[in-house]
Design a protein around this ligand. Structure first.
Ligand code: 9YW
Length: 419
């Protein structure tokens, strides 16, 4: 028996369906986004497993020859979104953005297989080489020196666009005189006080201009581009997904893939260690150009449990942070530490709570025997939706829904949590 809220969540997924893929929300985000589709699949799986697979299969329509799965696929031009396909200049078919997003898909594929039947196994098997190519891309192009730490070339690649984590890298970006004028579209849809500032946007576009002008050559963007940082979200999501990919390789008895993935898994923990900060006493974003570390704990730091990173002592420190932040917030988990300067309860990734981060975090807490933390995170995720509806993100102090309404991933996570 489904209740009203579940029916509304299902209706949102159906309404945002554009034929095999969903948009995150009508208007504000009119294309297919990478990790949004991974989470959308979790929601679809609760009532239509074929549609769940379609969501991630269509994502791979945009995979580049080198293996990268881009963060946005532009199937048709929609003037309601900026920056669109012309600004990115990917020269691919379909047109896409020029960098990736956190690689959640392998974990979703494993989950579909383990909770499903023969058809799930067949579709995962078919997708497996594509997943391998994408992970290979991360480990090869985003970690060219094989340190175990993968970097991101744009804050958008983290999926946590304007988190203060990126300020240390973004402050070094010099906006060129010939950036040109442009019309942002996001602030046509959503209150500007909840969005990244204009200064931040100019820097975002400076990175995109650099990428476009070098033909999105990953080596050049990584070595010479305006921004290169390590993100706890990408690192821990990749760590988790590498292990999930290994489970699939074992199931498919693919010895070559197993050997390759074993190399990645062996390096992942060293990468995680490079993000540990004694000052913040936790895992934090790190500028790979300067070595500077972000000063505070975020919801991405808390994904250490999901990724399975860290020593026992380090995890104990992270639990201490988690409990203190939980005590100080009515709804968790905030995207920036409220005990820290820079916290803005309504501005996007500078404080608000996001359902998808909570879903991964709770799974990580549970895996480490922290049932009370997992329960609190899940309870708050459901409570905010009950109070405010299926918004893009939520104010951690009031639970008010913010950003785009009728949001695909918020609906999907709700379904995944109650099913
Ligand atoms: C943008 C779609 C995307 C998410 C990102 C989130 C936001 C805006 O919306 O990005 O213009 O790319 O930060 O994580 O995938 O929901």
């Amino acid at each position: 028996m489904t209740n009203d809220l579940e029916n509304r969540a299902i209706a949102i997924l159906k309404a945002n369906d554009r034929g095999g893929y969903t948009v995150p929300t009508a208007g504000l985000y009119p294309y297919q986004w990478n990790w949004d589709s991974a989470f959308a699949a979790l929601g679809f799986a609760t009532f239509d497993r074929d549609r769940a697979w379609r969501e991630i299969e269509t994502l791979f329509d945009g995979q580049w020859e080198d293996g990268m799965v881009p963060h946005i696929i532009f199937r048709k031009n929609d003037p309601g979104y900026f920056p669109g396909p012309d600004i990115w200049g990917s020269r691919t078919e379909p047109p896409t953005s020029g960098h990736s997003q956190p690689p959640v898909v392998a974990s979703v594929a494993r989950w579909l297989v383990e909770t499903g039947g023969r058809e799930d196994e067949r579709r995962a098997h078919e997708m497996f080489p594509k997943l391998m190519a994408w992970h290979e891309w991360w480990h090869c192009y985003r970690d060219p020196d094989e340190t175990g730490l993968v970097g991101i070339v744009h804050p958008w690649e983290s999926g946590r666009d304007n988190c203060p984590d990126w300020d240390i890298g973004m402050n070094n970006i010099v906006v060129p005189d010939d950036l040109g004028t442009y019309h942002r579209r996001d602030t046509d849809w959503v209150d500007p006080s909840e969005r990244p500032t204009q200064e931040t946007y100019d820097r975002y576009l400076t990175i995109v201009k650099f990428g476009r002008e070098c033909g999105w050559d990953h080596d050049i963007v990584v070595r010479e581009g305006p921004f290169f940082m390590a993100d706890p979200c990408v690192q821990f999501v990749l760590m988790r997904a590498d292990r999930d990919l290994m489970a699939l390789a074992e199931r498919f008895d693919d010895a070559r893939a197993r050997g390759r993935i074993a190399d990645w898994v062996a390096r992942d923990e060293a990468g995680a260690q490079a993000m540990w900060s004694d000052e913040a006493c936790g895992f934090v974003a790190t500028d790979l150009r300067t070595g500077s570390k972000s000063p505070a704990i975020t919801n991405a730091s808390m994904l250490a449990f999901y990724g399975g990173a860290g020593t026992e002592e380090q995890r104990a420190e992270m639990v201490r942070h988690a409990r203190e932040i939980l005590d100080g917030c009515r709804y968790v988990f905030p995207s920036w530490d409220p005990r820290h300067e820079g916290f803005e309860q309504r501005r996007y990734w500078r404080g608000p709570v996001w359902s998808v981060m909570n879903w991964m975090m709770a799974a990580g807490f549970e895996r480490h025997g922290l049932a009370d933390l997992a329960m609190r995170v899940r309870r708050d995720t459901l409570a905010m939706v009950r109070q405010s509806g299926f918004f893009e993100y939520f104010d951690p102090l009031t639970g008010e829904g913010l950003g785009g309404p009728n949001f695909t991933w918020t609906a999907a996570i709700h379904l995944a949590l109650v099913s």
